[in-house]
Ligand binder design. Sequence first.
Ligand code: SF4
Ligand code: SF4
Length: 246
Amino acid sequence: MRENFSSPNNPPWLARWMDANGVALWGAADLDGFSTPPDPNGRPFAFAVSLVFPMNPQIMAGIQNGPNQAYADEYARVNQRINKISEQLAEKIVSTGYTAKPLAASVRSDPVHIRADFPHKTAATRAGLGWIGRHCQLITRSFGSWIRLGTVFTDMPLSCGPALEKSFCGTCMKCVRACPADALSGRTWHPGVGRDAILDAAACDNWKKKHFFAYHKGHNCGICSSVCPYSVKTLKNDRTAEFRRS
Ligand code: SF4
Ligand code: SF4
């Protein structure tokens, strides 16, 4: 079963397109007031479609002591799929007369501050798809945090959200304790709590480059995500096989 967090007021072709392309979970985000990459007129986009792509749970469960080649391959496979689907969705939106721009997966446009053009997870929380856990990643109810995200900005009017504005991590600290770089503060997320209050991105990045350089030049770790109970519980009811297209 696919999940559609999008309002029935959205263009009917959108849900059909997601179904036909095997997108597991998606929604529409109101980005009014956010600084997105610019549209062709140099203005921010008002909306985004947020896309969730599950990863193979068996592989994710196997990286509690650090990444391996299976995880690196899965990371590359899912990123390729995100980029392909995001580009195709943007083309489809443009064909209906609107502007659209896909946000590439895992591209750091600002390597100094270890940031992308826009956080995929911000669009996802605005679309109501999940919250940001103490490991600084999006957690969905269906797939936990064993996912990767895509984003397509657009000026196509969309009925959005409601945004998710609360963490459901409760008193759990498993990811914080598991992080070998001591990079997670344990702070609870809510809108307005920035990444730097939750994650020491430099400590995380340095650890990965020092210890896991063999995997995408130190882009992979995943230890914090591998222990998250919201993710681990998906092993019991693995619904991801039908979405693991290449
Ligand atoms: S990815 Fe690894 S180093 Fe970075 S916060 Fe998670 S566990 Fe720590
Ligand atoms: S491991 Fe626990 S604290 Fe960390 S993100 Fe998952 S639920 Fe939240």
